[in-house]
Design a protein around this ligand. Structure first.
Ligand SMILES: C[S@@+](CC[C@H](N)C(=O)[O-])C[C@H]1O[C@@H](n2cnc3c(N)ncnc32)[C@H](O)[C@@H]1O
Length: 271
């Protein structure tokens, strides 16, 4: 591997002025990038699917750690910078120019890939929901995703907390999800308005006899009226009130007091 130029130089040489429309806030601190790329574990020989590499900070950290990386970037201006990076790590980097929402990540990166991304919030949550909805156990080995801190907290939220809702249940019912690192806004160029955090998610066994679509219907109804008692919020869902009774869940409780396992149990009874 040749010596790599500092990321600041790469950005200047390729004229990669951050675009607001593309949600670009770049990470330039190589030590920090190395720590993020180390979150999933040893990357030597691993396959990584990276979304939104931009000038390639996280990409180079993953390549240095020995990963084979497939990176999808929709900003054409970044492609020459990424190609240079690929030349410094022969055979390790595949670049796809395009919209990650339209790319088949499984086909591009292969089964067992680790997913890595620092993305604009709306794209990130959309892709996260897609990856969490995969056939289980999923094709991916882990997700390491940068979010604004408020979204990260909704993903890992414990029962009873203000951030606990549909995203927490969807994220946690068959995974281990945790905040691996908080990242100060000043670490980004330009700095965003809010703090960020890296969420690390690994697949766990799916509870038996539960359909994702049913679980989603239950949580949508419950959290759709989160201030109401369950007997009110779930009454439009056929069989839900009987399920509460069978499970001895007090129908006067509210959505945020039911733990993930209780939602899973309700969905199981609804079939
Ligand atoms: C927050 S920047 C992060 C760049 C780089 N990974 C870093 O950490 O410095 C987000 C990147 O995602 C890219 N991006 C935004 N939407 C995308 C999409 N739908 N598909 C692929 N890339 C996208 C942007 O062009 C930008 O390079």
């Amino acid at each position: 591997m040749a010596d790599l130029p500092p990321l600041r130089d790469v950005i200047a040489r390729h004229g990669l002025r951050a675009s607001k429309a593309l949600g670009q806030n770049f990470l330039l601190d190589e030590q920090l990038l190395g720590r993020i790329a180390a979150i999933p574990g040893d990357f030597a020989g691993a396959s990584v699917f990276e979304v939104g590499p931009g000038p390639g900070g996280l990409t180079r950290a993953a390549l240095k750690a020995g990963a084979r990386v497939t990176a999808v970037e929709m900003d054409r201006r970044c492609i020459p910078a990424l190609e240079e990076l690929g030349a410094a790590f022969p055979g390790q980097l595949t670049i796809i120019e395009g919209d990650a929402m339209k790319v088949d990540a499984r086909l591009a990166a292969g089964d067992g890939a680790h997913i890595l991304a620092n993305l604009p919030y709306n794209v990130g949550t959309h892709l996260l929901v897609g990856w969490l909805s995969a056939e289980w156990k999923p094709w991916w080995a882990s997700l390491t995703l940068m979010f604004q801190q408020e979204v990260a907290e909704r993903i890992v939220a414990p029962v009873g907390s203000e951030a606990y809702g549909r995203l927490a249940v969807l994220s946690q019912w068959r995974t281990e999800a945790k905040i691996a690192m908080k990242v100060h806004r000043s670490a980004f160029t330009p700095p965003p308005k809010v703090m960020s955090a890296v969420v690390h998610i690994t697949p766990a066994d799916a509870p038996e006899g539960v359909k994702l679509s049913t679980l989603e219907r239950v949580t949508a109804a419950a959290f759709g009226q989160r201030r109401k008692m369950l007997r009110q919020s779930l009454k439009g869902l056929p069989g839900a009130l009987d399920a509460l009774e069978e499970l001895r869940i007090d129908p006067q409780r509210r959505a945020e007091t039911l733990c993930v396992e209780e939602y899973v149990a309700i969905a199981r009874l609804l079939g």
